[in-house]
Write a protein that binds this ligand. Structure first.
Ligand code: HEM
Length: 129
């Protein structure tokens, strides 16, 4: 069984990114970075497909978008430490929300996801002010 299945599969990732983008939508400095804002649906779908693939689920992301190359894909956006903190706060908050709502994510899996989010967000900071 993949990590993806262990944490509840599609339903979990759908709920996670939905909760995350509800947070982003209410966070003006972060939201203003998104090229299609206030429309966040396309970004939500790409992040969902990416996370599903990263955690061992369906590979729709790469079929549609090719190699993730996340650092390169974030170059157009000024990702400062402040934006990183905002992104992470919403993602960790979203994870806690889906767990509170009953997603089958135990502590070890939640810790592994948080660790990944911190590492990935640190890697994507590209603007030092
Ligand atoms: C550190 C703070 C971050 C900021 C401010 C940020 C911001 C953005 C923005 C503005 C976009 C363009 C939206 C769009 O797809 O139209 C984007 C795309 C994306 N981001 Fe981030 N991001 C951050 C961290 C992350 C992290 C940690 C991940 C993965 C764990 C991630 C994964 C993605 C993916 C998969 C896309 C879509 C790439 C594509 O296929 O075009 N981002 N991000």
């Amino acid at each position: 069984m993949s990590f993806y299945d262990e944490v509840g599969g599609a339903a979990t990732f759908e709920a996670l990114v939905a909760a995350f983008y509800r947070g982003v939508a209410g966070d003006e400095p972060l939201r203003s970075l998104y090229p299609e804002a206030p429309e966040l649906g396309p970004a939500e779908r790409r992040l969902r497909m990416f996370l599903e693939q990263y955690f061992g689920g369906p590979t729709a992301y790469s079929q549609e978008r090719g190699h993730p190359r996340l650092r390169m894909r974030h170059v157009p956006y000024a990702v400062t430490m402040d934006q990183r903190d905002r992104w992470l706060r919403h993602m960790v908050g979203a994870l806690e929300t889906v767990i509170a709502d009953g997603a089958p994510i135990d502590e070890a899996h939640a810790d592994a996801m948080k660790d990944y989010f911190v590492r990935a967000a640190d890697m994507l900071v590209n603007t030092h002010t």
